[in-house]
Design a protein around this ligand. Structure first.
Ligand SMILES: [Zn+2]
Length: 259
């Protein structure tokens, strides 16, 4: 593996004196300051009294011992939740408070769109919306960390479909929901959490007919988007996404030549 990087980000709470020193330091290092300002202009203007975060990048020798694959799971990307897993058919649902914050954000954004740009009331509303945006982003990240952490500790190998989110959101007009779902961020978290432990993330071809295939007998048929249950001639009936997750797992095992 060789050298790996790991970045940590903390929010710091400086005292008034420290805050002044930070401001002065940035004032002196003009180049950095301007560069940061350009990048963070939006945030800076919204919060005026900017929050302080500290980033630490460490470099370390990292040679995880590849782990023998005993426990393996397949995940099917789901529209209404984050994923469905192959073992129990369990859906990873975003917590209720997250959906509530999302709703609130949508509501406040609507209010903002009705305000006159540049007015005092507009400014006030803009700050409110920005704060909600941050809360949604934080809640989502926490949730994705939690779920990826659970999977990486429970399983030696996770099999997923190699989805092209951009293409998918464009072609299916799911745009917002796919992006909001956080699948891309989730797989990134999952990947490094597995790698750290010498575990494996296997991506199967996105054209593999995971939804159309019966995970019991292998029969392939067309399934309408409205059909929530997969039912086969062989008598097998299962939740559509669960069936897909089982197929994804089996395809991954085949790729790894596992029994
Ligand atoms: Zn069947």
């Amino acid at each position: 593996m060789g050298v790996a990087n790991k970045a940590y980000k903390f929010r710091i709470y400086p005292t008034k004196d420290q805050e002044q020193l930070i401001r002065k330091t940035f004032g002196c290092v003009r180049f950095v300051y301007n560069k940061m300002l350009a990048e963070r202009k939006e945030t800076y203007e919204q919060f005026k009294d900017d929050k302080y975060h500290i980033s630490i990048l460490t470099e370390y020798e990292h040679k995880p011992i590849p782990k023998e694959i005993k426990a393996i799971v397949g995940l099917d990307f789901a529209m209404d939740s984050l994923y469905v897993e192959s073992e129990q058919g369990e859906k990873a649902n975003h917590p209720r408070f997250f959906r509530q914050t999302q709703k609130k954000l949508a509501k406040e954004q609507k209010v903002l769109s009705r305000r006159t740009k540049g007015s005092a009331r507009y400014e006030k509303q803009r700050i409110k919306v920005a704060a909600l945006h941050e809360r949604v982003a934080n809640q989502r990240r926490d949730f994705l960390h939690k779920k990826s952490c659970q999977l990486a500790s429970r399983y030696d190998c996770v099999v997923i479909e190699d989805l092209n989110m951009k293409g998918m959101s464009q072609s299916l007009h799911f745009g917002k929901s796919v992006a909001d779902n956080g699948w891309g961020m989730f797989t990134t978290f999952l990947h490094y959490k597995l790698l750290e432990q010498g575990k494996h993330l296997v991506k199967i071809n996105k054209w593999f007919p995971s939804t159309k295939t019966c995970s019991n007998c292998g029969h392939v048929k067309n399934v309408a988007l409205s059909e929530r249950l997969y039912s086969c001639e062989c008598g097998f009936v299962r939740d559509r996404d669960w069936n897909a997750a089982i197929n994804i797992k089996n395809e991954g095992k085949l790729m790894l030549a596992l029994p």
